[in-house]
Ligand binder design. Structure first.
Ligand SMILES: Cc1ncc(COP(=O)(O)O)c(C=O)c1O
Ligand SMILES: C[C@H](O)[C@H](N)C(=O)O
Length: 342
């Protein structure tokens, strides 16, 4: 049996707070397509969390959240600046391009998986002629695909650059909870107050059974988004079951408490691995993912031991992701098996 504890945070089960709400929503008949009490409560909980009257939509997964959010920002003749390691580029099977009828992704360089204002300006200025898709949006991932976190100042700088260049600003927050837990800033500061127009707010990796929230801080951009969801097959008829887990997770800050645990497990793992001979960190561990360069013998020993993990970044690079469910015992078992392979 494969050991999937560190393959991704989407291998975890349902967090107790999410499950409790999910079960509580399982009463008798209730209005469908989002016209129910639980969807209202979840939307209100998100508005309270962000301290603003944002538009909230629930979809089934992060690829839909990102692709549809970006499609709502762009026309087919536009382009979107993203990091070359971004999920929208590497793992959404052309979703953003497809749902926007052809928007082009402009791939940016950036240390530790992060964009910066200078690189955005470079890409925007590179082609301004009529023959090239006009830059219209920027998307960043917070926390990033390589387990790093944009500081508040970095997000604010990108927001300011977007405003200056007339670009819409999207945040892929599949692991937004981990970023908030790491930074200890408010969700409002880290999003709309820094200039973010729309957030893909991750629920699945946070510990929900399924589902993400697309949160528009710019009402104009949210217009007709419900129709975009319906046409893309993202309007759940039993919406209450997508929405209810949000009520449980956002209550009493369970969402950041659980994310802080995942981050702490990643820190434990990162510190132990970095101390081993021949093992080095590829990126700083700031959220819930650890990226290390492993000697081939250790990587092979892990695979022989049925550990599942991604090695999609760099030669010899291994990714280990912790979740709300990760235990100290699991972390120490992985460390022991890496040691045994050295
Ligand atoms: C950074 C990031 N964004 C978005 C997603 C959404 O992916 P999915 O469509 O698998 O829910 C993922 C997946 O895990 C991710 O890692
Ligand atoms: C990479 C894969 O698509 C998934 N988003 C994960 O992080 O496991």
């Amino acid at each position: 049996m494969q050991k999937t504890a560190f393959a991704s945070d989407n291998t975890s089960g349902i967090c107790p707070e999410a499950l409790e709400s999910f079960i509580a929503a399982n009463t008798s008949n209730m209005a469908s397509y989002g016209n129910d009490e639980w969807t209202r409560r979840a939307c209100d909980a998100i508005r309270d969390l962000f301290q603003t009257d944002c538009d909230v939509f629930f979809v089934f997964n992060g690829t839909a959240a990102n692709s549809l959010a970006l499609a709502s920002l762009c026309q087919s003749y536009h382009s979107i600046v993203c990091h070359k390691l971004s999920h929208v580029e590497t793992d959404e099977c052309g979703g953003p391009e497809f749902f926007s009828n052809g928007t082009k992704l402009l791939l940016a360089e950036g240390e530790d998986g992060k964009l910066d204002a200078r690189e955005i300006a470079r890409l925007v200025a590179a082609r301004t002629d009529i023959h090239y898709p006009k830059p219209r949006a920027v998307t960043i991932t917070q926390s990033t695909e390589v387990g790093t976190v944009y500081s508040l100042a970095e997000v604010q700088a990108i927001g300011a650059a977007c405003r200056e260049m007339g670009l819409a600003f999207h945040m892929d927050g599949a692991r937004f909870a981990n970023a908030v837990a790491h930074l200890g800033v408010s969700p409002a500061e880290l999003t709309w107050q820094a200039g973010v127009d729309v957030l893909s707010f991750g629920g699945t990796k946070m510990g929900m059974p399924v589902g993400e929230a697309v949160v528009f801080f710019n009402h104009e951009l949210a217009q007709d988004f419900a129709y975009r969801c319906k046409q893309a097959g993202q309007l759940a008829s039993k919406m209450r079951f997508l929405a209810a887990p949000w009520v449980g997770m956002l209550h009493d800050n369970a969402w950041t408490r659980r994310a802080a645990h995942a981050n702490a497990m990643a820190t434990r793992l990162s510190e132990a691995l970095a101390a081993l001979p021949g093992v080095s960190l590829m990126f700083p561990t700031q959220a819930n993912a650890v990226f290390v360069n492993l000697p081939a013998s250790a990587a092979q020993a892990l695979k022989d031991n049925n550990w599942a993990f991604y090695s999609f970044i760099g030669a010899g690079g291994a990714r280990f992701v912790c979740s709300w469910a990760t235990t100290v015992e699991e972390v120490d078992a992985l460390i022991a098996d890496v040691k045994a392979g050295l």
